[in-house]
Each structure stands twice: as structure tokens, then as C-alpha cells.
Design a protein around this ligand. Structure first.
Ligand code: NAD
Length: 487
């Protein structure tokens, strides 16, 4: 069985403890992973802290930091096929998507590389004749990054990239499920030439490794992506040391389809929204809010598309829906689908785990028009769509906003003025109009409400990894004036 290593202080190590990684397509173990515990976490954070304060990194110019990130981006492109294969084997995400996504991950690193020397301070036209005052932007400090199992290469790029561009150092905890692509990424980071300790990549369980990392006193900022339950604990840990946090959490995103929409196009967006990545996407469009007059027709189109989906081995380029990442996840989905059907939701398509090796679950469509089924409330993180009809625009908005989450929303309509009204009315960090599941390094991404706070993407996401320092210089000679009056 292949053995993977963790990366601490520029060294690759087996670790004192190990656990097995499971191939979701077969349910069989396939790799041995180091399990970082408290002492490994401490060594990694201490290494990151040393690299922040001493040695080559603090002396590296912003332009040189950018060049290192460009080098990393090139290495990611050159090793795209290996990284994509690892992600597919370890998480079950289909090779079609991992292959396309990894090239875009390299573009994210290029974007942050370009921003490294555009982080400017500020000169203040201060209201005192004998003072020069300016504001420096400095790295916020040691960053702890924690990522979930879906899209680990992508979700780590939006943390590693801006953190390094800003001059921070970082300890990244990969998920306990499917972490091997990140342990491979560590090799590329090493090859790119970042000084030892700048980036440390470890893997282990949330309650042990994740908790030790997020409550470490030398961590200044925590960039977390995952679910609300773990996020709550992370925020509690962060509060012990007053570390700042950015939280990218889940969603229960609506796709609203009006009767005037191009229904074929909207149905494809709905397929992309809920069945792509086997629904294991934070922006999964898991609630279809469709105008009553076209509901039956639209659901019929969707069911035909669901039926035509090619389910199979994630390593096969022809496969469109692969397995879920874990058996735990499949059990969760099965139980919510069963509870929803028992509560009165109609199962229009699918609804069951597939009887084959691996963690496969049928693309599923539930009509929840007559009942507030559990599938409408819970983030399932699987290929399960809950459908609700509406009569008026106000009703559509009310249904769409009737959730504690607020990550994303989609609207399909040909009516321009209505589209504008909805972008204002919908409570979500991203609204897609006549499209869905589009991302870019240039576009801020993040949630409202239970979907978290902080933004990844765009210049502001780099500034989030900085802190300001205001500097005052008195230009007049002579002794310090009246010490009992504030200047
Ligand atoms: P999770 O919250 O269980 O785990 C996420 C990460 O947190 C893992 O690395 C885990 O080990 C760690 N963790 C767990 N408990 C911890 C603790 N007490 N302290 C520190 N770390 C801890 O999530 P998951 O099941 O791996 O992933 C699915 C969730 O991630 C979904 O809710 C999904 O919506 C969310 N997600 C959000 C985005 C986004 O950008 N908004 C993107 C992808 C996934």
C-alpha cells in the first residue's frame, strides 16, 4: 500500500501514528497516512512561527514571494494529472472534474502571485503640521487552515495562495478523508523553493489534530472551510487566543426557475447544481424553487436528465456521477431521504443507495411541495434535490430565503428587471443569474448567516491575511510638548 508523508519545517515525515485512507469507489483501504496529533501540530506551528520571524522568509520581497507562487502554479500545472488522479482515487470525485479543476487551481495560485506586490500601505494627510503618518500592511501572522474533504486542492489554494502572497506562514490541516492530494502538493511546495516552515501540511482527525491547531496560542488567524458543527468548535478554540477567523461553511442553496426561463438551460444548471460532484459541493443547488405553472414539465425534464446520468467508476472519463466520499456520508443521506419520504415528500426519482461496492447513491429528486420535509432543512452534501413550487415572485423569494444558510442562489428568468429585484432580495453571498456554479479567483466568495463570514477570492481576500500598523513621525525639533495633553 502506498505510504504518504506529512510536511513539517521543510521535512517529509512518516509520523508516529498512522491511519488508512479508503477508496470510496471500492470501500477498500488503499493508502497509509500519517495521523498528526498534538505534538506534531505544535512542531508545525512552532516551525511556521520561526519561519515568520527569522530566516529567509521575512526578508523575501513581495515580488520574490510572487515569483515563488508563480513557480508553484507552474508545478501544479505540470503535475496536474497526478494530482487529479490522487484526488479522484481518494475522494471519489470524478476524473473529468478533478482534471479540469486542477488546471484552474494553478490559475488561482497565479492570481495570488500577481497580487503579492500589490499589497500597498497608505500615507495619511494627517491633520497635524509637525507629523508624518503612514500605515504599513504586515502579514497577520501564522495562519491555521482547515479544509473539508471535497475539493481539497481548490479549497487549500484559496488559503495558501493569499496567505503566502501576504507574507504569512501557514499550517494546513487536510481532511482525514481523502487528503493524499494535499500531501502530494507539499512536494511541489518544497520543490518551488519556499523556505522551510513557510508551509506545513499535516493530516489527522478534527477533534484531535484540528482542535490542537485551532487553539494553538501562536496561531493568529484561522481560515476554516467545513460544516457549522466543526466551525462552532473552531470559533470557541479561536476565542481562547482571540485569533481572527474566516469561515466558509455549507449551504442550502435555492435555484429559482420562473416560467419564462429557458427550461432546458435551467435544467442543465440544476443538474450542475445538484448532481455534479455527486452533490458534494458547498454551493449545491439542493432546493429547486420552480413556478407552479411549469413545475411538472420542468421536473419531467429533470427526471429524464437524472435517468440519463452515467454512474460509474470515478476514474473513468465517461462517468458523470461517482460515489460519495464516505460511508458515513451515505448513511446520513439515506436517513434524511427516508425521513423525508416518511414525512410525505414524493420520491420522483432515485432515493436509494446503489447495490454495488463503494459509496454510491442514486441521483434523487423529492417533491416537497406539500410538506416541509427534513431534506429542505438539512444540508445533505449529496445528490438529493428537494422541489417546491411557487405562485408569485414574492413567494419565490420568501421560500428561497427561508433558511439559516446564505451561501449562494441561482435565478433563471428572461425578465431583466425581475432578475435585478431578486439579486437585491436574495440573502446569499453569491447570486448566479441564468447560470450556476461559476467561480473565479477574481470573484469574492463566501456566505451570509450560517454559511459563515469572510471572503475568498479578490484583493480583499489577500488583505484579510494582513494587519495594519500605523506609524507616527514627529518632524519638528525641540522638546516634546505638554505631556499632559493628548496630541
Ligand atoms: P467538517 O466540518 O466535518 O470537517 C471540515 C474540517 O474540519 C475537517 O478537516 C475536519 O477534520 C475539521 N474539524 C472537524 N472538527 C474539528 C474541530 N473540533 N476542530 C478543528 N477542526 C475540526 O466538514 P466535512 O464533512 O469534511 O465537509 C463538508 C462540509 O464542508 C459541508 O458543510 C460543506 O458545505 C462545507 N464546505 C463549505 C465550503 C465553502 O466554501 N463554503 C466548501 C466546501 C465544503
Amino acid at each position: 500500500m502506498p505510504r504518504f508523508q506529512q510536511y513539517i519545517d521543510g521535512q517529509f515525515e512518516d509520523g508516529d501514528f498512522t491511519f488508512l485512507s479508503i477508496d470510496p469507489a471500492t470501500g477498500a483501504p488503499w493508502a497509509v497516512l500519517p495521523e498528526a496529533r498534538e505534538s506534531d501540530v505544535d512542531r508545525a506551528v512552532q516551525a511556521a512561527h520561526r519561519a515568520l520571524k527569522q530566516g529567509a522568509w521575512p526578508k523575501t520581497t513581495a515580488t520574490a514571494r510572487g515569483k515563488l507562487l508563480y513557480r508553484l502554479a507552474d508545478l501544479v500545472s505540470e503535475n496536474a494529472s497526478k494530482l487529479a488522479q490522487l484526488e479522484t482515487q481518494d475522494t471519489g470525485k470524478i476524473i473529468r472534474e478533478t482534471t479540469a479543476q486542477i488546471q484552474y487551481v494553478a490559475e488561482f495560485y497565479r492570481y495570488y502571485a500577481g497580487l503579492a506586490d500589490k499589497i500597498e500601505g497608505m500615507y495619511l494627510p494627517i491633520d497635524k503640521a509637525d507629523m508624518e503618518t503612514w500605515v504599513r500592511r504586515e502579514p497577520i501572522g501564522v495562519v491555521a487552515a482547515v479544509v473539508p474533504w471535497n475539493s481539497q486542492l481548490f479549497l487549500s489554494a484559496v488559503k495558501i495562495g493569499p496567505a503566502l502572497a501576504a507574507g504569512c506562514t501557514i499550517v494546513l490541516k487536510a481532511s482525514e478523508d481523502g487528503p493524499t492530494p494535499l500531501l502530494e502538493l507539499a512536494r511541489l511546495i518544497h520543490e518551488a523553493g519556499f523556505p522551510a516552515g513557510c508551509v506545513n501540511i499535516i493530516t489527522g482527525y478534527g477533534e484531535t489534530c484540528g482542535a490542537a491547531l485551532t487553539r494553538h496560542p501562536k496561531v493568529a488567524h484561522i481560515a476554516f472551510t467545513g460544516g457549522p458543527a466543526a466551525a462552532r468548535k473552531v470559533v470557541q478554540n479561536a476565542s481562547e487566543n482571540f485569533a481572527s477567523t474566516s469561515l466558509e461553511l455549507g449551504g442550502k442553496s435555492p435555484l429559482i426557475v420562473f416560467a419564462d426561463a429557458d427550461l432546458e438551460s435551467a435544467a442543465n444548471a440544476q443538474v450542475a447544481g445538484i448532481f455534479a460532484a455527486t452533490g458534494q459541493s458547498c454551493v449545491a443547488a439542493s432546493r429547486l424553487v420552480v413556478e407552479a405553472s411549469v413545475k411538472d414539465r420542468f421536473v419531467e425534464i429533470l427526471a429524464a436528465k437524472a435517468k440519463a446520468i452515467r454512474i460509474g467508476a470515478p476514474s473513468d472519463f465517461g462517468t458523470e456521477v461517482g460515489p460519495l466520499c464516505t460511508e458515513r456520508q451515505r448513511r446520513h443521506i439515506s436517513s434524511v431521504v427516508e425521513a423525508s419520504a416518511a414525512s410525505g415528500a414524493d420520491v420522483i426519482y432515485g432515493g436509494k443507495a446503489l447495490d454495488r461496492p463503494g459509496y454510491f447513491f442514486e441521483p434523487t429528486i423529492l417533491d416537497c411541495s406539500k410538506v416541509r420535509a427534513p431534506s429542505l432543512e438539512t444540508e445533505l452534501f449529496g445528490p438529493v434535490l428537494s422541489v417546491v413550487g411557487f405562485e408569485t415572485e414574492d413567494e419565490a423569494v420568501a421560500i428561497a430565503n427561508d433558511t439559516a444558510f446564505g451561501l449562494s442562489a441561482g435565478v433563471f428568468t428572461q425578465n431583466l428587471t425581475r432578475a435585478h429585484r431578486l439579486t437585491r432580495a436574495l440573502d446569499a453571498g453569491t447570486v448566479w443569474l441564468n447560470t450556476y456554479r461559476a467561480v473565479s479567483p477574481l470573484a469574492p466568495f463566501g456566505g451570509h448567516g450560517m454559511s459563515g463570514h469572510g471572503r475568498e477570492g479578490g484583493m480583499a481576500s489577500v488583505l484579510a491575511f494582513t494587519k495594519t500598523k500605523t506609524v507616527w513621525l514627529r518632524t519638528s525639533d525641540g522638546s516634546f510638548p505638554d505631556p499632559f495633553i493628548m496630541r
